[in-house]
Design a protein around this ligand. Structure first.
Ligand SMILES: [Zn+2]
Ligand SMILES: [Zn+2]
Length: 261
């Protein structure tokens, strides 16, 4: 199992911790840990000691596990970098070719809707990557980070969506020169085939989403920005007409297909 998959599992386990803690408290209560009873099922001191151990040891286990996984992923990253420097082809036509179809996350920002990556890079539905570090780079460059990224598997993109609930999953094809990693690609150009919206409203998470609305947010250094979300009829009712777009209008503005999942 790769360090990234381990990290995903750990995060899923951390989410279970409150349920686990409540169950332990309930068990402690049932075993007489909180009662003044003279003869509890298990002595009160034993229950209290177990609770202290649980409260201290479990978080400690998670901290150690995250440090170990973090170190492993750092090592993986440096060994990938080492391999990258060996990517030397005398003739460009000798480069391996592969269909690079994948999935990634993007937000829709701006007064005029624009696709924005989670790192802040803005792109259209069909574009070539630009390097923000070195203007002489034609992305992707081996020892740089430039280029369009995508996951090979939809499950990886969906997991990332669970930690970035304001984003949408994109289905993309990457073209040109590209690098293949264990879980995805980094390439020169990108065509967005499809933007998927959640079935339910991104605010109340109960009613079906019906339209896109934009809200005004303050980002870092108080820089204002607009973020588009799909919402239900009720959660979008207070929005002015100029702050709303139908799914068809949004698809036209972004020049891509939109489908709900
Ligand atoms: Zn670069
Ligand atoms: Zn709603």
């Amino acid at each position: 199992m790769s360090s990234a998959q381990l990290k995903q599992r750990l995060i899923k386990l951390v989410r279970l911790y409150p349920i686990l803690a409540l169950s332990v408290l309930l068990l402690a209560y049932l075993l007489g840990g909180f009662s003044e009873n003279e003869n509890p099922l298990i002595p009160q001191s034993v229950v209290i000691t177990c609770l202290y151990l649980f409260g201290g040891l479990v978080p400690l286990f998670f901290i150690i596990a995250f440090i170990v996984v973090g170190n492993a992923s750092d090592k993986e990253f440096s060994s990938n970098k080492l391999n990258q420097s060996r990517l030397v082809y005398e003739n460009a036509f000798d480069l391996p070719t592969q269909v690079m179809h994948g999935y990634k996350l993007a937000m829709i920002t701006g007064r005029i809707p624009t696709l924005t990556g989670l790192t802040g890079d803005i792109y259209s539905s069909d574009s070539s990557a630009k390097c923000t570090i070195n203007s002489e780079h034609v992305p992707p460059v081996t020892d740089c980070e430039c280029g369009f990224y995508a996951y090979k598997d939809l499950t990886d993109a969906k997991f990332e969506l669970s930690i970035n609930p304001g984003a949408f999953v994109l289905d993309v094809d990457l073209y040109g020169i590209g690098f293949t990693y264990q879980r995805g690609y980094r390439a020169e150009t990108q065509v967005v085939n499809l933007l998927t919206t959640p079935k339910r409203c991104m605010r109340c998470r109960i009613l079906p989403s019906a339209v896109f609305v934009t809200t005004y947010r303050l980002g870092y250094d108080d820089i204002p920005w607009w973020q588009w979300q799909s919402r239900c009829v009720i959660c979008s009712s207070s929005f002015k007409a100029e702050d709303k777009l139908t799914v068809e209008q949004m698809a036209e503005k972004l020049s891509l297909k939109i489908q709900s999942i």
